[in-house]
Write a protein that binds this ligand. Sequence first.
Ligand SMILES: *[C@@H]1O[C@H](CO)[C@@H](O)[C@H](O)[C@H]1NC(C)=O
Ligand SMILES: *[C@@H]1O[C@H](CO)[C@@H](O)[C@H](O)[C@H]1NC(C)=O
Ligand SMILES: *[C@@H]1O[C@H](CO)[C@@H](O)[C@H](O)[C@H]1NC(C)=O
Ligand SMILES: *[C@@H]1O[C@H](CO)[C@@H](O)[C@H](O)[C@H]1NC(C)=O
Ligand SMILES: *[C@@H]1O[C@H](CO)[C@@H](O)[C@H](O)[C@H]1NC(C)=O
Length: 391
Amino acid sequence: MSKTLAALLGGAAGAVALVGILALCIWFCLSRSRTLSRTSDSGSSEPSSVQAGASVGGVELPLTGAASLPSQSREARSFTLPELALATNNFTHINSIGEGKFGEVYMGLLQDGMIVAIKKRANVPTEEFVVEVRYLSSIRHRNLVSLLGYCQENGQQMLVYEYIPSGSISSHLYGAGQVSNEKLEFKHRLPIALGAAKGLAHLHALSPPLVHKNFKTANVLVDENFIAKVADAGLRNLVGRVGVAGTSSGRADDIFLAPEVTEFGRFSERSDAYSFGVFLLELVSGQEAVQPCSSESDRTLVQWVQNYSESSNISAIVDRRMGGNFTAEGMQEFLLLTAQCLNSSSQRRPTMNFIVSELERILEREVSLTTIMGESTPTVTLGSHLFTSSK
Ligand SMILES: *[C@@H]1O[C@H](CO)[C@@H](O)[C@H](O)[C@H]1NC(C)=O
Ligand SMILES: *[C@@H]1O[C@H](CO)[C@@H](O)[C@H](O)[C@H]1NC(C)=O
Ligand SMILES: *[C@@H]1O[C@H](CO)[C@@H](O)[C@H](O)[C@H]1NC(C)=O
Ligand SMILES: *[C@@H]1O[C@H](CO)[C@@H](O)[C@H](O)[C@H]1NC(C)=O
Ligand SMILES: *[C@@H]1O[C@H](CO)[C@@H](O)[C@H](O)[C@H]1NC(C)=O
């Protein structure tokens, strides 16, 4: 009697152990594949904002890969109007955070505690809208702002995005929201450039490639850890295809468009690379690229960089707020890369993958040359290596 009981207990314990081991194996495999995707798309392992089921080597994993992580579902969610009205206090102006190509943008708090950004416009509901939103929602990457879902009700179309707390890089560099005493050193601007480049590179690696078509500094957002997230990927397609009148951009936006786009409307991965070059220029100069170059008022910043050579006087363009805390070599390489992106011939521009690897290299070198080994924050002044703007 006690023997059979012992055997039974033993069997049960064995079964429990087996299940436990299996669960461990599954957990291990899952977390391993997640770690892999994390390091391959970011090259670093900051714990924050790792997107579920991202990509391995730029290749999209099938949807099933995200099934184990319900909080980060890649399915476009269909929101109801009352749900979004509740989240935004009935779309009051207090919740309004701006106006974009698609329409008014509101910040909202969902019932589950998630903070979202909602873009809203008046338009008749269409099936095409849903199809496009489903596609765009399936694209997830730590350097892209995720589209979570949509709502089509009551003559309104709405897009629901994850909310990115620290706003756009343009507001940090210039413009209304600028924090005047904010210092952003070169080696802190480089990871932002790199993150944005990875976001675009991910879009271009999709099959078929997704051309952003509206890349600009105002569309590079930063989260609370200053990780760059590219917003509005594919939105121009949605606005264009679903058809809404009057989307012509202002002059400040046109400066981001490659010459073949303004002339022939020819968008491509290489036109995104051009727009990215304008972003790099604004990032390093701290000004809008439409501005004339301070020292040579007859040329814009873009023209200055297009004509960049190693003998150029970089103090004419580099943001004084960086206070000379960078190496001249790093800055020269950065400006050279920027000039390559801004080549008027699209074929001469680098691919986003190349830009990612160049920025990685420049960042690594910059950090190693300006950081004392073993310490995390301090920088050393390397005498001749340092460029001083006061010269
Ligand atoms: C929103 O509007 C509805 C009806 O229009 C009203 O019942 C509700 O109290 C409003 N909610 C808020 C937060 O203003
Ligand atoms: C580029 O630089 C050369 C020599 O420095 C100058 O002659 C030329 O006018 C510049 N081109 C533009 C577009 O500024
Ligand atoms: C470089 O530009 C700065 C500011 O635009 C100017 O003060 C300086 O004299 C220039 N240096 C040279 C060598 O031209
Ligand atoms: C330059 O680096 C030094 C040392 O880390 C720092 O004290 C200083 O504030 C930096 N200057 C600017 C303008 O960022
Ligand atoms: C474009 O790239 C080619 C080849 O690298 C170079 O010779 C040319 O000067 C570049 N043009 C501009 C405007 O930068």
